[in-house]
Design a protein around this ligand. Sequence first.
Ligand code: ADP
Ligand code: MG
Length: 656
Amino acid sequence: MYGTVETIPYLCKRCYSCVRECPAIAIRVEQGQAVVMSERCIACGHCVTVCSQNAKRTKSEVGFVLGEILPRGNVVAVVAPSFPASFPDDYAKLPSALRKLGFDKVCEAAFGADLISPEYLAEIEKDGKQTIISSACPAVYNYIEMYYSELVPNLAKVVSPMVAMGRYIKETFGKNYSVVFIGPCIAKKSECKDEKVEGAIDAVLTFAELKEILEDKQIEMSALDETNFDPPEGLIGKSFPLAGGLIKTADIPGDILEKEIIVVEGRSKVEEILNELLDNKINASFIDILFCEGCIKGPAIDSNLNYYSRREKVINYINDRMKATDKQVWKSNIYNARNIDLSREFEDRDKRIPTPDEEQIKEILAQSNKFSKQDELNCRSCGYTTCRDYAIAIAKGLAENDMCLPYMIDKLEKAYKELQETQEQLQSAEKLASIGQLAAGVAHEINNPLGTILLYTSLLKKDLQKKLESPQPIEDLNLIVEETNRCKNIVSNLLNFARQGRLKISEVDIYDLINTILKPVRIKPEFNGISFSVECETHDTVIKGDSDQLKQVFLNVINNACEALEESEQKKVTIRISNIDSYINVEIRDTGSGIPKENMGKLFTPFFTTKKMGKGTGLGLAISYGIIKMHKGDIRAESETGKGTAFIIKLPLNLQ
Ligand code: ADP
Ligand code: MG
């Protein structure tokens, strides 16, 4: 099909208004752009009207008319009867303006409406059973041919006023005349290219385009004279763009009026009536359908007036001209046109795609976290009336996956959180890495001299043990050995800290690991009197991780807990293992001193310690933090001074 409407790249801002408005589901969002699928488009132009970004444009024949048709000469402008609504102040000057532009004749399409009215009467009278649907609105017959093709036989086989006028001009004025239709309608552009009415109309301009041309050519309407249209003048056909205009024009006799006649206007009502017709719920003899609320609401009418003022303008014009028109001349013009073929055919161009099966719809809904009816918000932000309609459109290949706003917001929030976490991890990893480098350097440098001190102290001790009677120097030497060993311990901690960054992954049973750690802790003399309990609330205690490094973490935290109990009356360490989603949660709670608020933020900082000189290195939690983060887990503390502390360690079951 002729691509009447297209999207201007990059102007589309994903508001989905056009998707919402398109009756044919002919708009697909591709890489952020709402693209019109020309093969599904019925050219109603609603997407053009609703786009606040002017991202939809209609195919223009302005260049063709100005550059090719007008220079050829013998060009007739056929003006749609809604023109007083588009040019409310200067409509009587429109013929002058068009002549100034180079049109040889300026006629009213209203005469074409007068021509086809008797054809409608004949169609309605012909068959008493079948409901006849008017076919003057191209958006309507496109819609029926493509989406209600069972109703194609119901379409009146009569051309539109535009085509009637085109055929009339070519027959009466001569085949050498070109015809340019000017009106409020975008769908007329598609009708002009319709093979079934080929040759009647050479080009279509909209009122909006005509105004641009006049401005471009600096033709000031107000400065022009009021002139009449060229004959033949239309009569009742002038009321065609108003609600029920066709019925009025057809001047339906009483006996036909007894049959049911329905006038339907506007997109939603069109859908409704066609569905009713399909379901055989309607027995009317004639249905006059227009996609817009009368052509005066056409998408390219370009009028500042509201609906009622537009209507009034057209009615005023009709009343003025009705008095002035010579009815005899009009009758004879109609009579002389009696041999003009005003018939046309319609065809089945079914574009419906079969509805996907229920399983497929459910699967698509699940992709955006809609698992039950309650999850379907039907918020219409995607442009579809319901979540189900949207899923069906995806299944049919007419919509993309990422148009669900609530789902996208959720996804974005999650991504943002992850990003924040990664950023924090990165920052702490960076800090740890630089401290690690320093630690590695220092540790290496200190380790060797410490070894030497130890060696020589031991040698000296052996020597002196033989020679001395007093134990004092030996005790002093023991102290040196003890202190040096402590230094070695600090250095080894530093080395552990520096070694972070590499994990040796294997399956680790956290429950077993904690029990293994507790064995030597329980028998440490300084932790005498502490009662330990391990509560395991899950069977899922096996995770993927680095067993040695995790051992170090739990040992650090358990040691800290025990050390905090020194002054407590009640000495209790409780370890609770549980599962939350795909994580294992280990809580190590003590009844110890607690941590003052001001220290809570410093716990994981390297070298932060509140312990006595020589007792703490301040590296335990810093190392633990690094190890847990490398396991994509989390470690945090909750504490109340005087009551106790809990360290909560969260680790993924399946580290990837
Ligand atoms: P260190 O134990 O060598 O001091 P850590 O990094 O292991 O270093 O701990 C840092 C500090 O955090 C401790 O000195 C202590 O003040 C505080 N802390 C850690 N765990 C606890 C706990 N369970 N109760 C009270 N304070 C704690
Ligand atoms: Mg410690």
